[in-house]
Design a protein around this ligand. Structure first.
Ligand code: AHG
Ligand code: MN
Ligand code: MN
Ligand code: MN
Length: 328
């Protein structure tokens, strides 16, 4: 964290990454390059999103992804852009994506890293000018160098992430990431084409007054969740729900709040995906002094079994998550 504070607000992401390179657990420069490649992918997706109303990339694509969700055109565009940037960058041997059934082999088998992505988060908000995002999670591979990556590379568990982050395409675009050494945020300056350090050391408030969940699902929540929500109402906390996980999480991280996606009758195992939604946001939460649980254990301790596995998610300010857990 000291390393992060040492860099003045206003430096570019590139310079920041360079400055922090020796703080990374593997200081060979490859992870640094990979983070730059992700930032580039973010800029490209940001450009597509900004033009969404002008060119024909809004609306449905007419296909379903592996989890049975209707893919939006921008889901597909973001997926292609992201994968292309990672293949061309050369630092990644394998990718999993919300929009792809299986592992994507990049052909860069000498590369040490694998990445899990949610290329575009908040599908239901794409066409209506509401904040959406991109989420990423990075592991060092455990399969032998030189060979194709395997499923084991992706199922190492959340505590094995070497870096995680998100890009929020909101009223401004911000990239937030951690390499396990605190959390930093970089706001995109489109006139320069650069991400600029704007949030040097993000810390979640200890407690908060915002609660975020889909009210339409209330009746199918377990009783401890309903009890907690009733308590939030009694205390006149603010209910805030965008329906874009990245946006809801980012607001709560900065202002203090809790985000809940419990199991529902429609999604009995929860809706959010463990590897490219829950794990990366849980790592950021913990690095910022917040908490993330599935109702039983730390999210980061959940043992993953499959690539597109879902999990319940309760994430946010430490006191709020503790209060919820005490009701079980
Ligand atoms: P995605 O758009 O990547 O499929 O993710 C959708 C997720 C997440 O962004 C959001 O928090 C949640 O779905 C919203 O679900 P509801 O519409 O059921 O509230
Ligand atoms: Mn989706
Ligand atoms: Mn998502
Ligand atoms: Mn998505």
């Amino acid at each position: 964290i000291d390393q992060h504070i040492a860099v003045p607000v206003g430096v570019t992401l590139d310079r920041y990454i360079m400055h922090n390179q020796n703080a990374f657990s593997f200081a060979t420069g490859e992870l640094s390059q990979l983070l730059r490649d992700i930032a580039l992918a973010g800029k490209i997706i940001n450009r597509e999103i900004n033009r969404a109303g002008l060119i024909d990339i809004t609306g449905g694509f007419g296909t379903n992804n592996v989890q049975g969700e209707a893919q939006q055109k921008l889901d597909v565009v973001a997926n292609i852009r992201f994968i292309r940037a990672l293949i061309n960058g050369g630092e990644v041997c394998g990718i999993i994506s919300e929009e792809e059934d299986d592992i994507i082999h990049t052909g860069n088998n000498q590369s040490k890293y694998v990445v899990a992505i949610d290329p575009l988060d908040g599908s239901s908000n794409i066409d209506v000018n509401v904040s959406i995002g991109t989420i990423f999670s990075i592991y060092r591979r455990v399969s032998p160098l030189g060979e194709k990556p395997t499923i084991e590379d992706f199922l190492q568990g959340g505590d094995k992430q070497v870096a995680a982050g998100y890009i929020l395409y909101g009223s401004s675009t911000i990239l937030v990431y951690t390499t396990g050494n605190g959390v930093a945020g970089f706001t995109y300056d489109f006139s320069l084409g650069e991400f600029i350090l704007s949030h040097a050391n993000i810390r979640s408030p200890q407690d908060g007054k915002i609660f975020s969940y889909n009210e339409g699902n209330y009746n199918s929540y377990e009783s401890f969740v309903r009890e907690y929500l009733i308590e939030c109402r009694k205390r006149s906390y603010s209910a805030r729900y965008i329906g874009s996980l990245v946006g809801d999480f980012h607001r709560n991280l900065l202002k203090g709040g809790i985000y809940l996606y419990p199991p529902t009758s429609k999604d009995p195992k929860g809706k959010l995906r463990l590897l490219y939604e829950c794990f990366p946001l849980a790592m950021i939460a913990e690095q910022a002094g917040a908490k993330a649980t599935n109702g039983f254990q730390r999210i980061l301790e959940v043992e993953p079994e499959s690539l597109h596995q879902r999990a319940p998610l309760y994430i946010g300010a430490e006191t709020m998550v503790n209060e919820l857990m005490n009701l079980i």
